[in-house]
Write a protein that binds this ligand. Structure first.
Ligand SMILES: C[S@@+](CC[C@H](N)C(=O)[O-])C[C@H]1O[C@@H](n2cnc3c(N)ncnc32)[C@H](O)[C@@H]1O
Length: 256
């Protein structure tokens, strides 16, 4: 494909080309590198989709819980990954029981990829659920789409209000871009990195945004200036497409 932001990459990791991976080249290198370094005992992924990122997490973690609100990923991926528990449902309700299970089994949760509900509220709620739990071990949290204005707002406001257990936070650990499924001037991608440590004493947190000015100037030329203000109309648009029996080409996460 021309102008492909995600392919090709050069790596000794044996990628399964059949598993669509919704990340840019830089994000893929980052995830592979981080996973190699961390080799987590247990990892969680919120947002399985077609298994692209899961193949890397599953290769380096002993066990993985991969959550998706859709039951499709479990149906087509379960036979491919023997160390993955597929959890079907909303992360808002499914995360806590997963934390309980890991805790009861005496395992170490060491890595979470947050890549599920990309609304400001959804991102905020995922972080809220993660931080509300009495974890025993440090966790590296990677948040995809930190370059998207709504996601970024969700991450930033959460961290501003809940700096307690955070030892390091960078919203532009990997910078995002104008890119996504053929949409026009929408800002997507980017990885935020949050280091969580339950033993960290309360102290002020500096939230790194190493590409703040890139983010701000890109935003001014983006579709989000208008589009995010009209987001309340999206459910209506989805209903209309459904009533007309049409598939909305940019709405790739519904009915896949
Ligand atoms: C961007 S895709 C994940 C991409 C995948 N991590 C990758 O890199 O290839 C987002 C996924 O999150 C799922 N999702 C959306 N809202 C969710 C929620 N509240 N709880 C769990 N999964 C959700 C969608 O069904 C979709 O499959």
């Amino acid at each position: 494909m021309k102008d492909d932001i995600g392919n090709p990459i050069v790596t000794d990791f044996k990628l399964d080309e059949a598993l669509e991976w919704q990340m840019s080249r830089a994000e893929k290198y980052c995830l592979i590198g981080l996973m190699k370094e961390l080799s987590p005992d247990v990892a969680i992924e919120i947002g399985t989709f077609k298994g692209g990122s899961l193949q890397v997490i599953s290769a380096y973690a002993k066990n993985v819980f991969s959550l998706d609100i859709s039951d499709s990923p479990k149906a087509f991926l379960a036979s491919k990954f023997s160390n993955v528990d597929f959890v079907v449902g909303d992360s808002a309700t499914c995360l806590e029981p997963v934390f309980d299970q890991i805790n009861q089994e005496g395992r170490r949760l060491e890595f979470i990829l947050v890549d599920g509900d990309h609304t400001r509220k959804g991102v905020y709620r995922d972080l809220e659920t993660i931080f509300a739990y009495p974890h025993k071990h440090p966790i590296t949290i990677l948040m995809h789409d930190s370059f998207n204005p709504e996601c970024r707002k969700g991450i930033r406001t959460f961290l501003e209000r809940h700096p307690e257990h955070v030892t390091y936070a960078e919203l532009d650990y990997v910078t995002g871009a104008y890119w996504h499924n053929g949409t026009y001037r929408e800002m997507w991608g980017g990885l935020a990195l949050i280091q969580y440590n339950p033993d960290k004493a309360a102290s002020p947190l500096y939230i790194n945004q190493s590409q703040k000015y890139l983010f701000e100037s890109t935003y001014l030329h983006s579709a989000h200036v208008l589009k995010d203000r009209l987001a309340f109309l999206f459910p209506l648009k989805r209903k209309l497409f459904k009533a007309l029996g049409k598939k909305n080409k940019t709405d790739v996460y519904h009915d896949f």
